[in-house]
Write a protein that binds this ligand. Structure first.
Ligand code: HEC
Ligand code: HEC
Length: 368
């Protein structure tokens, strides 16, 4: 090899490497720009849709006592609950549902990005709360509520300076742990104090359990204990005519149609395909918890009448789990089946009724 050839090879190698490096940096740059783009859109969406009430700086309480969207306490509460509040709103309060399926201006991804953007504005580590119930003494909780909370949140949880704690949509779409976190740590920068410094742990658990006990309505004096229906009770209104729906794409039933059928006392089966803990938190009255991960669908099918009774599956996702269960059931020969289009989150946001499950004593043998 001559000296020249050698130099040529080295030169080519160097220029190729340089070219490659430039290309890699260019790609990375493009990716950075792309990754930033949804956040830039989210920031604009915030100003367009949320600033009116929550404030240009996310400080809250600009209109309608909308909460702060920058308190560390809320931002450490995870993105799930914030997503639900934004997507489905709080029926009965000025907080609307912003999900396109409910007539809102954003799709689920845009809402997810907006929530992510909100979180990125505050430096905190976030975690997601488990769905486990907080056990507490409801009577103690009721006293604590009257003494320490009613002045801001209303004697019947209707809200005032503070949010509407008796709101069924709020209670249905948040976990006990989320409520407890807000009570213990307060919401920094707002009137909501950190009650961890004022009340005992027992009192905080009590008031959390008290709020949960109001999830089906403030008037209920005692929690309603429920066990899931057993095989013989799967059918709602067994002696009446089967519900008939006009299904979109041969699969989807709207919440409005389902509510009408239930009000008209039509014969129907509702399968709640979420994890059992969510059924416990809230569900459509009469539904049977059949989690999507249930491996024994064939055994379950033996308990379902194949006589034209409409079988509706629903979840909160809003449809993925319900669709997978629907598919399994159709494969087993049930043809009169449907998936609830808006999911149970959408159902709640329309102000339709839900019940809560029994949170402590439960026999899960039959359903898992
Ligand atoms: C018309 C006023 C209004 C607008 C506009 C509005 N909100 Fe709200 N928002 C409220 C009110 C009022 C509440 C409290 C409702 C209650 O009492 O539970 C609330 C509650 C919330 C919560 C729950 C916070 C918590 O402390 O649990 C979130 C999250 C939220 N809003 C996000 C948004 C986002 C994101 C937007 C824009 C897409 C938005 N809101 C637009 C009024 C509004
Ligand atoms: C001085 C008024 C005041 C008192 C007293 C008060 N709160 Fe609040 N609370 C608020 C305000 C204001 C907010 C909304 C904070 C924000 O902007 O994020 C709030 C938020 C909350 C939230 C979060 C709700 C949500 O939608 O995310 C919970 C739960 C709560 N309060 C429970 C309680 C309980 C339980 C008590 C009594 C032990 C209590 N609060 C006493 C003013 C008050």
């Amino acid at each position: 090899m001559t000296g020249r050839t050698c130099i040529w090879i080295v030169r080519t190698a160097v220029s190729k490497t340089l070219f490659l490096l430039t290309a890699i940096f260019a790609i990375e740059e493009i990716e950075v720009v792309r990754a930033d783009e949804p956040m830039a859109v989210a920031a604009l969406n915030y100003q367009q849709y949320c600033a009116l009430c929550h404030g240009g700086e996310r400080q809250g309480h600009v209109n309608d006592h909308a909460p702060s969207l920058r308190s560390k306490s809320l931002m450490t509460s995870g993105e799930r609950e914030m997503f639900k509040a934004t997507a489905y709103g709080r029926f009965g309060t000025p907080m609307a549902g912003f999900l396109d399926e409910l007539g809102g201006p954003m799709n689920a991804d845009e809402i997810r990005n907006l929530v992510r953007w909100l979180r990125s504005q505050v430096e905190v580590d976030s975690f997601e709360f488990s769905y486990d119930a907080v056990a507490g003494n409801i009577e103690i909780g009721e006293e604590v509520y009257a003494q320490h909370c009613a002045s801001c949140h209303g004697a019947n949880g209707e809200g005032g300076t503070g949010t509407a704690l008796g709101n069924q949509a709020m209670l249905s779409l948040t976990t006990d742990k989320f409520l407890r976190h807000a009570i213990e740590h307060g919401r920094d920068g707002t009137a909501m104090l950190a009650f961890g410094e004022i009340l005992s742990s027992e009192e905080i658990n009590g008031v959390t359990a008290f709020l949960r006990s109001r999830a089906s309505g403030w008037a209920i004096e005692k929690p309603v204990f429920r066990v899931p229906p057993t095989a013989g009770d799967y059918v709602i209104n067994p002696d009446s005519l089967a519900a008939e729906f006009e299904l979109t794409d041969g699969l989807y039933v709207s919440s409005a149609q389902l509510l009408k059928a239930l009000e008209e006392k039509r014969r129907v089966i509702l399968l709640d395909t979420r994890a059992l803990s969510r059924w416990q938190l809230m569900h459509i009255e009469g539904s049977v918890p059949v989690p999507y991960y249930n491996q024994e669908v064939e055994t379950l099918a033996k308990d379902l009448p194949n006589d034209g009774t409409m079988i509706v599956t629903y979840c909160e996702c809003p449809r993925a789990a319900a669709e997978s269960m629907n598919k399994k059931i159709r494969e087993l020969g049930f043809s009169n089946t449907a998936v609830l289009w808006e999911g149970v989150g959408g159902w709640v946001s329309l102000g339709y009724p839900v019940s809560r499950g029994e949170t402590t004593r439960i026999d899960v043998k039959n359903i898992q």
